[in-house]
Design a protein around this ligand. Structure first.
Ligand code: APR
Length: 229
């Protein structure tokens, strides 16, 4: 029976692929105001601007590729049962070949009906506009969890973290809840490794090892270490 590793990833793991993080200098939230493009109220107030914001990010995603960190997490599956829990809405874990991926904050390549949330379709890197309707005739919206909306998969994610034998945290400032609270669901004594060049100060985490490095270099080294332990 392979040991279970859960990997909680944030925008930092995709930084070396060329996708902006949110809160680093030059991050997305410096260009746009969250309130204008990533909240439910923004959608009601100016849906065209919200659609433009996600159309731009989807187009950018088409032009980037997974990096060494994404690929190392696939290699990790040679020796462990690996579950990715990502806050990212990009599809780089999928494109690298990871098998088990849970998107806490939705997926950029998917859209859903504004009336029937279960009507989700994959549009790849195409744009959507006002007037693009679901099969039942209602406006399509990005399949993204906006600020102020519930995070439907958070309980599932907490259960997965609680089952982990090892937790890796890669490239997240741990600034946004409920995702940031997941580290507290580990079993007592479960080793936690944090890979980040500018790591969040995680207090009250007993079994934490901080690897102050970029994901593209730090994750492959950590994966090789775990596979050969
Ligand atoms: N390798 C690893 N980590 C990196 C790298 C890199 N090359 N570059 C930056 N980082 C780290 C930063 O030091 C920071 O800790 O990635 C983290 C990025 O933090 P944020 O920009 O806050 O992104 P994230 O934690 O994913 O944000 C969480 O907030 O805006 C919402 O929904 C959005 O999912 C997002 C959530």
């Amino acid at each position: 029976m392979k040991k279970k590793i859960v990997v909680l990833t944030g925008s930092g793991i995709s930084a070396e692929s060329g996708l902006k993080t949110f809160r680093d200098s030059g991050g997305l939230w410096e260009e746009y105001r969250i309130e204008e493009v990533a909240t439910y109220d923004a959608w009601n107030y100016n849906p065209a601007l919200v659609l433009e914001f996600y159309n731009k990010r989807r187009a950018q995603l088409a032009g980037v590729v997974p990096n060494a960190a994404h690929h190392a997490l696939v290699k990790l599956e040679q020796g462990f049962d690996v579950q990715i829990i990502t806050q990212n809405v990009d599809d780089l874990h999928e494109r690298a070949g990871s098998k088990a991926i849970l998107h806490l904050h939705g997926e950029l390549t998917k859209v859903r009906s504004t009336k029937f949330a279960e009507l989700v379709t994959d549009i790849g890197y195409r744009e959507i506009h006002l007037g693009d309707l679901c099969s039942e005739g209602f406006q399509l919206r990005p399949h993204i969890v906006w600020f102020g909306e519930a995070v439907p998969l958070i309980e599932t994610a907490a259960e997965l973290v609680n089952e982990a034998d090892i937790l890796l945290v890669v490239g997240t400032s741990m600034a946004v809840y409920p995702a940031a609270g997941l580290v507290h669901y580990v079993k007592p004594g479960c080793p936690i490794y944090l890979v980040d060049p500018n790591p969040a100060q995680l207090s009250g985490i007993p079994s934490l090892t901080v690897i102050r490095d970029k994901a593209g270099s730090g994750v492959p080294v950590l994966v090789d270490q775990l596979l050969h332990e």
